[in-house]
Design a protein around this ligand. Structure first.
Ligand SMILES: Cc1ncc(COP(=O)(O)O)c(C=O)c1O
Length: 387
């Protein structure tokens, strides 16, 4: 009998992968489920970005393998983008590595820095990939709580009461997903000092700083941060290019070289027209970001109405393309509420437990659905759930 590797037993199929199959079955039965679950931007990339993709792909000399480190134009564009929006200087030659989205960066970084048995600090609630990738590489997960009354920021003092001697890496993600909590300079400064004190690499996963957020911030803006921090960024959400798979890692040249050593053994570069178009996206004017955000802002008003009708409560200062809200006491769990809404109103809302036990009494609604569908969801929920 052929048995899979042990690591297969350590990870389950991704929750959304399973749920989307169930939604597809319900749709096949004619139920027309509205999916308010996934953060998959439905607005298109900027027309000038698509233009570059189209014209470049017609050339005959762009279809071969590309460099493992991305074309210089793309690395330079990332560098200018970091300077313009985050005030961070990055050497395009040595401190930036283009990636196929930030998700793969989580795997590359884990493979580059974690030995089996090394400990890794993972937020609860948090993006599930930090934990699943840690398990795949055989690291030991030390989960740390994020709490609403602490602004969903880690309690570093409480962490320092533990033995941190085996901890190698800490995942943080601000603006935070799923909670929408913003960072602030003090948090980033404290994290860098904490990382340096304990020789823990601080990885900030930063794909949401351009969505409903007036003040994009990078952990690398803290003086000396590059010595101990890595930042992941992505065009998936900021430029409506999730399916293109373009992201980046930034850090000191040595860390970038370690990550490249893994990555260059796993893929063979990104399609050149896509890189040229991504470089264009990074130079779009402020107007473009504002226009995308106007759409999210209007949708958010409707999402808040949905949450109000469900008697949920939420924090006002959320960034990113979701709203995270606490469910009322009369539901036993967010899973119960999410399933009820799915089966009775045919609307899918993400239950917070998939982000860890800290999310058990929360739900997350995505802003990636047009207003007419949100209005329809509101009506269905009013008719079937809260009547
Ligand atoms: C916190 C967080 N990090 C990373 C990703 C992955 O994004 P990318 O498309 O850049 O791989 C997501 C996507 O949902 C996310 O929510």
């Amino acid at each position: 009998m052929v048995t899979p590797a042990q690591r297969i037993n350590q990870v389950k199929e991704y929750y959304f992968s399973l749920k989307l199959k169930e939604i597809a079955r319900m749709n096949a039965e004619g139920k027309e489920v509205i999916n308010l679950g996934i953060g998959n931007p439905d607005q298109p990339p900027a027309p000038e970005v698509l233009e570059i993709l189209n014209t470049t792909s017609l050339r005959s000399d762009v279809h071969g393998y590309q460099s493992y480190i991305g074309i210089p134009t793309l690395r330079q564009s990332f560098s200018k983008w970091y300077k313009r929006f985050y005030g961070v200087a990055l050497d395009p030659e040595r401190e930036i590595l283009p990636l196929m989205g930030s998700k793969e960066g989580i795997m590359h970084i884990s493979m580059a820095f974690l030995n089996p048995g090394d400990e890794v600090l993972v937020p609860n609630p948090g993006y599930p990939t930090y934990a699943s990738v840690s398990q795949i590489v055989g690291a030991k997960i030390i989960s740390y709580d994020l709490q609403e009354d602490k602004g969903w920021h880690p309690n570093l003092k409480a962490l320092e009461e533990k033995d941190l001697s085996n901890v190698k890496l800490m995942w943080v993600n601000y603006p935070n997903m799923p909670t929408g909590a913003p960072a602030n300079s003090k948090l980033f400064e404290d994290l860098i000092a904490f990382g340096k004190r304990h020789h823990i690499i601080i990885c900030n996963d930063n794909p949401y700083s351009f969505i409903l957020n007036d003040n994009p911030q990078s952990i690398l803006s803290v003086p000396g941060a590059k010595d101990i921090a890595i930042e992941l960024n992505s065009l998936s959400k900021s430029h409506n290019m999730a399916g293109w798979r373009v992201g980046m890692a930034a850090s000191n040249p040595q860390f970038i070289e370690y990550i490249l050593r893994i990555k260059s053994n796993m893929d063979s570069g990104m399609f050149r027209p896509l890189q040229e178009a991504a470089a264009k996206a990074l130079s779009l004017s402020d107007d473009w970001y504002q226009q995308v955000n106007r759409v999210y802002k209007n949708r958010k008003k409707l999402v808040l109405e949905i949450l109000k009708s469900l008697q949920c409560t939420w924090q006002e200062n959320q960034s990113g393309m979701f709203v995270w809200a606490k469910i009322p006491a009369h539901y036993s769990s967010a899973k119960e509420l999410s399933d009820k809404i799915l089966y009775d109103a045919h609307v899918f809302i993400t239950p917070g437990f998939i982000f860890g036990s800290g999310g058990e009494r929360y739900i997350r609604i995505s802003l990636c659905t047009p207003e007419d569908k949100l209005k329809e969801s509101l009506n269905r929920i009013k008719n079937h759930i809260t009547k």
